[in-house]
Design a binder for this molecule. Structure first.
Ligand code: URP
Ligand code: ZN
Ligand code: ZN
Ligand code: ZN
Length: 467
């Protein structure tokens, strides 16, 4: 007989419901839920009982935007798949979707193989891949069809970073047309990189070299303009569009206007845009470099529009864009020239907690927390209902969450392989206590009991958000 686990006594929170229920797990899957008042659970035989009385029982978090070991700006993101997925588990995330990268002049397949080689056998939790398309030609367009069949069903393209990942509008249109035919989803980094590069050179020539100028040259209007252009290109191609790391209120307005016309346009934001601002970029002694990412942090007044977008469903997902670089030795590379600071922030461990704090602060409801952090990312990227919910048949990826525990976020106590926290000193009410991945404990009572290689590569279906 297979091992049976019961998670008992907790408040089960999904995007749809909140119920006091016991959860029965067998063979790594959820097989039944029993309402507290039904008495049904009394007849269940279990090998292991996890007492969740006074706690929440949540679906494991789905972080659809991470960059483990990503080579970028002459260095490599400091979390490996091993350290980064372990940290994710500590923070209640049980699935990541990371970005494999097509090198310019190379095939999509070569990029995907390289990312499998980095991740396979290393991950503590399940993982899938998106593909970054940086070189659109006949061959890579054909390869997109094959990748979709294999479970790599989403493709990131860049209107930013000329000379690195950048694609011009013609290449973007061709990839969108292909996605319209094969069911893939185009994910867009929407910033006008050509114009931004002019402003970068002008700023540096004027002696404006500090990190805060990174935020000034990456103008909010150039995010909004690119968002608008991406929407029109997708519309012409007849393809759905998912805009990543939205930070400007003007970009949210573009998404909202498109959605009000009924277009299949979706948006993601990240905790750094909800909780941090240009005030952080302006921290003295080069500390602002810790907060350099693209799209950049915005003045704090943009945050209200992002929260509103999350409430009105003009933004659907919160992912981390976890892309950590150490302050010493990596962010350092940009002293005297902000354009040489590697772009990216750590956060894979903090997302679920920060969003729980947002529930307590009144920005979103408890069910919306689970919707934007678990259910919708799973549905958007073809993982639902296996991931992102608590229901019979779903993988037993569960988090027992203590909503009353107090913690202070800090690099002293986090598990990400990076020498600073973007949220140093922030007080959070709520903390992950136990995490199961396919029924197997990864975190048990605040101890890591998982292992590298437990996490499985998870091929994905087509986006389920158009159904
Ligand atoms: O600054 C960022 N976001 N770094 C990661 C790469 C990207 O554009 O998502
Ligand atoms: Zn990006
Ligand atoms: Zn609307
Ligand atoms: Zn990213």
């Amino acid at each position: 007989m297979s091992a049976r686990t019961v998670v008992s006594g907790g408040l089960v929170v999904t995007a749809a419901d909140e119920t006091y229920a016991d959860v029965l797990i067998e063979n790594g899957r959820i097989v039944a839920l029993a309402d507290r008042d039904s008495g049904l659970a009394a007849s269940w035989q279990a090998d292991t009982v996890i007492d969740a009385t006074g706690k929440y029982v949540l679906p494991g978090g789905v972080d659809a935007h991470t960059h483990m070991e990503m080579p970028f700006g002459g260095t490599t993101a400091s979390d490996t798949f091993e350290t980064g997925t372990r940290a994710a588990a500590w923070g209640g995330t049980t699935t990541i979707v990371d970005f494999a990268i097509q090198g310019v002049g190379h095939s999509l397949r070569a990029g995907l193989d390289a990312w499998h080689a980095k991740a396979d056998g290393k991950c503590a939790i399940d993982y899938g891949f998106h593909m970054i398309v940086s070189d659109v030609d006949e061959n890579s367009l054909k390869e997109m069809d094959v990748l979709v069949e294999e479970g790599v069903t989403s493709f990131k393209m860049f209107m930013a970073y000329p000379g690195v990942f950048y694609s011009d509008d013609g290449k973007i249109l061709r990839a969108m047309q292909r996605a319209a035919g094969n069911g893939g989803l185009i994910m867009m980094h929407a910033e006008n990189g050509i114009a931004i590069d002019v402003l970068v050179q002008q700023a540096l020539a004027a002696g404006k070299t500090d990190p805060r100028f990174h935020g000034e040259v990456r103008h909010a209007l150039l995010e909004a303009e690119a968002t608008h252009r991406a929407i029109q290109l997708a519309r012409v191609a007849g393809a759905p569009l998912y805009v990543v790391h939205v930070s400007a209120q003007q970009a949210v307005a573009e998404l909202a206007a498109a959605r009000d016309q009924g277009l299949p346009v979706f948006g993601e934001t990240c905790p750094q845009y909800l909780f941090l601002s240009t005030d952080n970029l302006a921290e003295p002694d080069f500390e602002g470099a810790k907060y350099v990412c693209s799209t950049p942090l915005r003045p704090a007044e943009h945050q209200a529009a992002l929260w509103q977008g999350l409430r009105t469903n003009d933004l659907q997902v919160v992912s981390t864009d976890h892309c950590p670089f150490c302050f010493t030795g990596q962010k350092d590379m940009g002293r005297g020239d902000f354009s040489k600071i590697p772009n990216g922030l750590p956060g894979v461990e903090n997302r679920m907690d920060l969003l729980h704090q947002a529930v307590l602060d009144g920005h979103i409801s408890r069910r919306r927390w689970i919707e934007i952090a678990c259910a919708t990312p799973a549905r958007m990227f073809g993982l639902y209902p296996r991931k992102g919910t608590i229901a019979p048949g779903a993988d037993a990826d569960l988090v027992v969450y203590d909503p009353h525990a107090q913690q202070v976020l800090s690099a002293q106590t986090h598990h990400m392989n990076v020498d600073y926290s973007a949220y140093e000193g922030k007080r959070i009410t709520g903390r992950v206590e136990t995490v199961l991945s396919r029924g197997v404990p990864v975190i048990r009572d605040r101890s890591f009991v998982g292992r590298a290689g437990h996490g499985r590569y998870t091929p994905r279906g087509l986006t389920g958000y158009l159904d």
